[in-house]
Design a protein around this ligand. Structure first.
Ligand code: AHR
Length: 650
């Protein structure tokens, strides 16, 4: 059985020519066996025939507080539960009694440093001295990473009673196994009023790098001390105060993401309306942020607040795709369109002003006060998240009200609907796909015949859910097949993002299986599809070119683009079969072809092959130089492989 897939001719439209066995457009696949691939499959590329523009913003990131993505993840805070809520399901603050020291710890609901943090941790020290201190230990986010010659900075709000005025309050990094002090700082004497104390601690060159450490705050004299917001940071990306973990930011930077979709996902909506991402409570000094319960059932510090999301964008040169809360929360709570919804619409307008307004605007001024006078560029605003799940069917009305108000004030913004609506303009619709690899193989041509006159598409969440905590090679093959389809149709799909992005791999760290990047307190790793995404993003091109694949079965996928200014053709080939495939490639329309090409290949012997925190580099891309490239050349594409070629063509 012969199968020809042809891309080109009509702008951006793929035509199935011949017998595309097993494929019935828009319906269930017919129960016929898939075609058997020919011994040699031919891929004809017409390098001089551009078909459609490739979106320069196609590949981006989607993020939310899930799987301890920020707290215990990207956000550089080392203290777990820095506001002493004691509510997370992981161990956080534990009393420390050195030798004969004795005391007690309670939550004091009656005193705190701010309206947002009205309670505090009350430490009553009955007996303690310089040798035997009393205090509390925090084991961090499943460990505290400590490295040699490294500075750790922190802050804490504290006050003491008269008896504690002579006490020395110390913050230290302590090794779990040896109890050795690795770094420490002593606060100035406390007073009876709440004050913020900043400190810094430096490790020596003798310290062994590890995460088996804890943070201890201790007191050396009897008396009562109240603490709130005890925060410790190690080095952060670009040395930002209140910034992000360096290793994870470097991994994200390598993906060359064009945008960041935030703050969710379900995290935007919250389980209930009061648990939504209420952006005004996430800005300003940390002491003014109460934090809130995330729908993934742990408390979020909101240290990663609206401005931190924007600074994350700035650091990685991404544009924000800002999702605004649109009056629907996950436990089927909704706000009726009309007067009831107005305050939420106003909140969204204020939020956009906070992002984009100059300092003459109310919220632009507020952003300047928070430390960022320059406005951020914003093109995309998403109205809600997955509103198809709102059983009250109120989205049409809610969307319309947000759309009209935002368009009126910000006509240049592209507004994204989370599900198709009736009776209102839609600039873009957000489609989500969580699938098995086989489903992505079968649907890799999903958008080939999609209407080009309707709204643009944002594939805001997609992933093959195979492998845990991070997906395996089989999932990467499903995802890469899907990516060839998104790239081929990126005249329509302007932006696309995999989800979820991050997972803390410790026990209880994960709420959603199959996440792109895994980590613990100390190190991080990419799943095979992380690497495949890096490969695709590094070889994106500016336009697709006409092409035709002949004789392939149903497990071979490709995308071919070019960058005429660079004289480069980018070819991605995905062989999701266990068998190697001979592929004859012809480069028609080229005057000259560079005889060597760069090849990046990700492959594995089995679909179960994967990376993990203990074996992070089992499946990684390998770079090589392909010789003998010409207007017609043949390659053997190994089974279970994803390849990206850079071919010089004039
Ligand atoms: O990515 C995990 C969740 O999947 C997102 O929060 C939600 O939008 C989707 O249902």
């Amino acid at each position: 059985m012969k199968r020809v897939l042809k891309f080109g001719g009509l702008l951006g439209v793929a035509a199935f020519v011949g017998t595309a066995a097993g494929w019935t457009q828009g319906g269930t696949p017919a129960p016929v066996l898939p075609p058997v691939p020919q011994a040699v499959v031919t891929l004809k590329i017409e390098t001089d025939k551009p078909v459609a523009k490739v979106s320069p913003t196609l590949y981006g990131l989607m993020t939310e507080e899930i799987n301890y993505s920020y707290d215990g993840g990207l956000y550089g805070e080392l203290v777990q539960d820095r506001t002493f809520l004691g509510r997370n399901d992981t161990e956080d603050w534990i009393p420390v009694e050195e030798g004969t020291a004795r005391g007690s710890v309670t939550r004091d609901a009656g005193t705190g440093p701010s309206a947002a943090l009205p309670a505090s941790e009350k430490i009553t020290v009955e007996r303690a001295d310089a040798a035997d201190r009393y205090g509390l230990r925090n084991r961090g986010w499943w460990g505290v990473p400590v490295r040699p010659n490294t500075t750790y900075t922190g802050e804490v709000y504290a006050k003491g009673d008269a008896a504690s005025a002579a006490a020395k309050v110390r913050v230290s990094l302590i090794a779990n196994d040896t109890d050795k002090v690795l770094a420490e700082a002593t606060l100035p004497a406390l007073s009876g009023d709440w004050k913020k104390y900043e400190f810094s601690m430096k490790t020596s060159g003798e310290v062994t790098a590890s995460a088996t450490n804890q943070i201890v705050v201790s007191v050396d004299k009897p008396g009562t001390v109240w603490l709130q917001l005890l925060s410790v940071f190690g080095p952060t990306y670009k040395d930002r105060a209140n910034g992000n973990r360096v290793d994870l930011m470097e991994m994200l930077a390598a993906m060359h993401p064009a945008f960041l979709r935030f703050p969710g996902g379900n995290y935007l909506e919250g389980n209930t309306i009061p648990e939504r991402f209420d952006w005004k409570k996430t800005i300003g000094p940390l002491v003014d942020r109460p934090g809130h319960m995330s729908p993934w059932r742990y408390h979020s510090s909101d240290g990663m607040g609206l401005l931190e999301f924007l600074e994350w964008c700035e650091d990685l040169k991404m544009q924000p795709v800002l999702a605004v809360y649109a009056g629907y929360s996950l436990q089927q709570e909704h706000v009726n369109p009309g007067a009831e919804l107005e305050p939420y619409v106003q909140d969204a307008l204020d939020e956009i002003e906070y992002v984009t307004g100059d300092v003459s605007t109310k919220w632009g001024r507020e952003r300047a006060k928070d430390g960022h006078p320059a406005p951020f560029a914003l093109n995309y605003v998403e109205i809600g998240n997955e509103d198809q799940f709102d059983r009250s069917k109120s989205y049409d009305g809610r969307y319309g009200q947000f759309y009209d108000a935002i368009k009126k004030k910000y006509p240049a913004l592209t507004l994204i609907a989370t599900t198709p609506v009736k009776g209102h303009a839609m600039d873009m619709v957000d489609d989500h796909y969580y699938r098995r690899a086989e489903q992505f193989f079968a649907d890799a041509h999903h958008y080939d015949k999609a209407d080009r006159n309707g709204p643009k598409i944002f594939v805001g969440e997609w992933a093959t859910r195979e492998g845990t905590p991070t997906p395996n090679m089989g999932a990467a093959l499903g995802d890469a097949a899907w990516m060839t389809g998104m790239e081929r149709n990126s005249d329509l799909i302007l932006i696309a993002s995999y989800a979820p992005l991050l997972v803390n791999v410790n026990p209880n760290g994960m709420q959603w299986q199959s996440d792109l990047i895994g980590y613990d307190a100390f190190s991080s790793y990419g799943s095979p599809i992380y690497y495949a995404q890096v490969m695709f993003a590094n070889h994106v091109g500016t336009e697709t070119v006409a092409s035709e694949l002949e004789g392939a079965g149903d497990r071979l996928f490709y995308s071919v683009t070019r960058d005429a200014a660079k004289g480069m053709v980018y070819l991605k080939v995905v062989n999701a079969s266990s068998k190697a495939q001979e592929l004859k490639i012809t480069l028609d329309g080229a005057k000259t072809v560079k005889p060597t090409a760069k090849l990046v290949r990700l492959s594995a012997a089995t679909t179960a092959a994967t990376n993990s925190i203990t074996d992070p580099k089992r499946v990684v891309p390998v770079e090589s130089v392909v010789k003998g490239v010409s207007k017609e050349f043949t390659r053997t594409v190994p089974g279970y492989s994803i390849e990206a070629y850079e071919i010089g063509v004039q």
